[in-house]
Design a protein around this ligand. Sequence first.
Ligand code: DC
Length: 242
Amino acid sequence: MKKIVVAVDGYSSCGKSTIAKQLAQYAGYTYVDTGAMYRAVALYIYEEWNGLRPTETDLVRFEDLSDEEMTAFLNEHIHISFIQTDNGQHVCLNGEDVESRIRTLETGNLASQVSTIGAVRRFLVAQQQKMGEEKGIVMDGRDIGTVVFPGAELKLFLTASAEVRAQRRYLELREKGGNPVFEDVLRDVEDRDYRDTHRAESPLKQADDAIVIDNTNMTREEQMQKVTELFESIVKGTSKNV
Ligand code: DC
């Protein structure tokens, strides 16, 4: 059966990674969480270095470096990879498993900031495109169907109301042992939506040929059924998208 590229885009906390992982497992495809890559870059730049870079004479803010300096810095210092563990896929930064460190509200916010920088996007998009060269991949993010793989055979765009997404995120943070305040989580979801859709570089937007799935009132099972039907119709060549 032919292998395809599946792009899963959408707002934060609307279940992209859950559905992308499930579909990858169903299809026997590789799953790539591009948000984890932005989070790992943010972790390095802002948490390990407090947003500052040493130059020959002083410390400068990462954002004040020129585009070339940023690119050179990223290529030299940041190596991102994924490993499979008993708890699923984990992201590694320079060989260290940083999965638990990147899954915080703070790092999510820093990732949203760092993802507005053109040099960072180009650095990560090039790696993502390489990962999909052989197809057989399900990749989730914000710009997969528009920038990373504009030719993806199946493009999904997930959405749900901000309140429902904040509620899901709130429960997730609590399950991880956190003590979040719902209003903070909601504000955070809304802020990120705004930043993700208004940034100059590759803003989150639906590809013209993406299929929109609003899962506000859908169960995971209903959503998965819809997605597998779409996937099957494309790999078997019965979809008009082919
Ligand atoms: O999906 P996530 O919450 O882990 O993503 C973290 C941030 O990274 C999010 O605010 C937007 C950014 N991001 C992006 O700009 N492009 C992607 N392909 C993936 C994530």
